[in-house]
Design a protein around this ligand. Structure first.
Ligand code: COA
Length: 332
């Protein structure tokens, strides 16, 4: 039977560290407020002119090296982001160009915080069905370009950071070995406007005006309390769905890697599942919320530190804008 396994991981974050105090110099917020409400102490911002694709190139190269692949081994690319370099075309073709792979197919996934897991599931299906043997899956964000760095942006600006993560997926026939096991994908579009960027958007004509820029609709809008309320229910639910699917209990999982939305959300999920803190990875303190990049960055860091090793049973889970929520279970 054809299955997919992660051959290697990579991640990259920009050098520039932006602390909570740096943000407090630009807007009415404090280090204490941000740390207490979110657990975030600093995040990385790309320099002007550096895009999500640029970050993805670095993460991808590292994943290729760790996998022992040449770029030319990549047969297909899936790129998850909510902060593409251009409105269109998507970042997939830009990454394909930078990696020097003309003709290789490139798919963009726009599922925000769950984008990496939706991408992983699609790549898994392509490999299982025999369409490809080797797929590069990337999540990357350049939030700093779209964050509103003034008073009116403070409720979202403090949350987000830039970064990229990547995995190389390859075919395997070892049904007990290193492999992707399952994916559970959900959405509820009734909450689409609870966390969104409305403009530019062809749901309105024209899709972007100076008034829209002035009134903030080209920046993220979020009802934080509503997001929080749903997140602390959906995260444990979708993790348990993955475990129940295999007849597992939370204590049998080696590592849970939740999308890094907010430390308070991660803590609530950890408590609900009755997991020890050290099993639930967190790097939000250093990077903030990097949306589609947060899970592959955390996974790559965990592989490099030895927290995730070959044979580890790992559950990935995410919740975010859409609303969408998802989990993937894998044996690393
Ligand atoms: N600094 C200081 N004060 C701020 C602030 C900031 N950066 N942002 C908002 N505030 C103020 C609000 O204006 C409000 O003031 P008021 O009481 O005078 O009206 C007060 O802080 C409380 O705001 P509220 O939004 O109710 O705070 P909260 O306790 O819900 O925390 C979040 C806000 C965003 C941290 C929290 O709702 C959250 O984490 N939500 C989930 C967000 C998330 O994970 N998003 C990504 C999804 S993937």
């Amino acid at each position: 039977m054809r299955l997919a396994r992660i051959a290697g991981t990579g991640h990259f974050v920009p050098e520039k560290v932006v602390t909570n105090n740096d943000l407090a110099a630009a807007m009415d917020t404090t280090d204490e407020w941000i740390v207490e409400r979110t657990g975030i102490r600093e995040r990385r911002f790309a320099e002007a002119g550096v895009s999500g694709t640029d970050l993805a190139v670095e993460a991808s190269r590292q994943a290729l090296t760790e996998s022992g692949w040449e770029a030319s081994d990549v047969q297909f690319i899936i790129f998850a982001t909510l902060s593409p370099d251009m409105y269109f075309p998507g970042n997939g073709v830009l990454l394909q160009r930078e990696l020097g792979l003309p003709g290789v197919g490139a798919l963009d996934i726009r599922n925000q915080c769950t984008g990496f897991l939706y991408s992983l599931s699609a790549a898994d299906a392509y490999i299982r069905m025999g369409m490809y043997d080797r797929i590069l899956v990337v999540g990357a964000e350049c939030h700093s370009a779209g964050i509103r760095m003034d008073e009116r942006g403070r409720d979202t600006a403090v949350l987000f950071g830039d970064g990229a993560g990547a995995v190389c997926l390859e075919v395997t026939t070892d049904a007990d070995g290193s492999r992707l096991i399952s994916h559970y994908l959900h959405a509820d579009g009734r909450f689409a406007e609870v966390l969104c960027v409305k403009s530019p958007g062809a749901g309105q004509k024209p899709w972007l005006t100076t008034e829209m820029v002035d009134d903030g609709s080209s920046h993220p809008y979020m009802n934080g309390r509503e997001v929080f309320r749903h997140a602390i229910t959906r995260f444990p639910e979708v993790i348990m769905e993955a475990l129940d699917g295999e007849g597992l209990t939370p204590d049998q999982v080696d590592v849970v890697i939740p999308h890094q939305a907010n430390q308070r959300i991660t803590d609530a999920v950890t408590k609900r599942l009755g997991l020890p803190r050290e099993k639930v990875l967190s790097n939000i303190e250093r990077y903030g919320n990097t949306t589609a990049a947060s899970i592959p960055i955390a996974l790559s860091e965990a592989v490099k530190s030895g927290t995730v090793q070959r044979g580890s049973l790992v559950c990935l889970a995410a919740f975010g804008s859409g609303f969408t929520w998802a989990s993937s279970l894998l044996r690393y």
